[in-house]
Design a protein around this ligand. Structure first.
Ligand SMILES: O=C(O)CCC(=O)C(=O)O
Ligand SMILES: [Fe+2]
Length: 311
């Protein structure tokens, strides 16, 4: 019998990041490397080292994600974000954005969600991967992306680098995410561009330079840097190299785990529905933790967290 590779999925005519069309040629665009089911810890480490991420298909049972999705679509309906008269399951965008990270009104304490993203499946995984007892940040980042929107290109380190840098993000699609709906987008090999990205990676969004003339504006909260690395995914790719990678379809149950220096963002949503996902963070319990993200009500990027330094 002759086995042939599965056909490459058809690409939409256009895929954009922050309004900038990506070059979809095979040198510039491709699909994420799936981590084999049952990979041992040595292979997981090798993949994390080589790729900066692990893409785990069917990490959770689909029904578990569906239950969380139902809870979230119900909340969106009650909060009035869905197009009136449409079934909540369809999550039809009604023109009003839900709010980013700290401004997102969805329930951080939803028991079904917490049982998923802080439950034994993921904690056991990290315990094996990191080789000791682990902890997670308490804050959950919700992504509820309406039509036309994606996330700006960034590395996570600049938002959460005040504890250990041996910290991992888990991005969880709460629904199947087609290319048009717009899922996570990562720049191949970018976790190994530390030298080029040093000026960016040495910053933190809550730090400011005391020796600059606008220091007072940052100290008082009048100004804030939002941590974006680039607004132009195509130009960034020209300077750093690597293909932009995503999945032909992220499916409910998949987990994308990546390190703090992998450059990523997301594809713009080209549909009339919300794209739903969460991202959460995990580290060894013995390592220092970034205090902005722990506790019953994590403070996050509040003014009291601003720190001045000589740059
Ligand atoms: O889902 C998104 O749009 C962005 C996700 C992200 O930045 C993350 O998981 O760290
Ligand atoms: Fe991120």
């Amino acid at each position: 019998m002759i086995f042939t590779a599965p056909p490459a999925p058809a690409l939409p005519a256009r895929l954009c990041a922050h309004g900038i069309p990506l070059d979809l040629g095979s040198e510039k665009f491709g699909f994420l490397h799936e981590t084999p089911a049952g990979a041992d810890v040595a292979l997981l480490h090798r993949r994390m080292e080589d790729d900066g991420y692990l893409y785990l298909r069917e990490f959770w049972p689909r029904e578990k994600i569906q239950a969380v999705r139902d809870s979230i679509t119900g909340q969106l309906a009650r909060l009035g974000f869905l197009k009136p008269g449409t079934p909540p399951e369809e999550v039809r965008f009604d023109g009003r954005e839900v709010g980013r990270a700290m401004g997102n009104p969805l329930n951080q304490h939803d028991p079904l969600l917490r049982d998923l993203v802080f439950g034994p499946r993921i904690l056991d995984f990290f315990q094996a991967f990191l080789g000791g007892p682990v902890r997670h940040f308490d804050f959950i980042w919700f992504r509820t992306k309406g039509s036309g929107l994606g996330s700006p290109i960034h590395c996570d380190l600049v938002y959460m680098g005040r504890g250990t840098n041996d910290l991992y993000t888990t991005w969880v699609p709460l629904g199947d995410v087609s290319l048009e709906l717009g899922g996570l987008l990562v720049l191949e090999g970018s976790h190994k561009k530390g030298e080029q990205l040093k000026p960016y990676l040495s910053r933190d969004v809550d730090d400011y330079c005391t020796n600059r003339e606008d220091a007072a504006d940052y100290a008082s909260g009048k100004k804030w840097w939002d941590g974006t690395l680039s607004k132009n995914a195509a130009a960034l790719q020209d300077s750093l190299g690597g293909r932009w990678l995503t999945s032909p379809e992220f499916r409910m149950g998949d987990a994308m785990i990546f390190n703090m220096t992998l450059v990523h963002g997301s594809l713009d949503n080209q549909t009339d529905r919300f794209r739903l996902s969460t991202d959460t963070r995990y580290q060894l319990a013995t390592e220092p933790v970034d205090e902005r993200w722990v506790g019953e009500k994590p403070p996050g990027h509040i003014l009291a967290q601003r720190r001045g330094r000589v740059c």
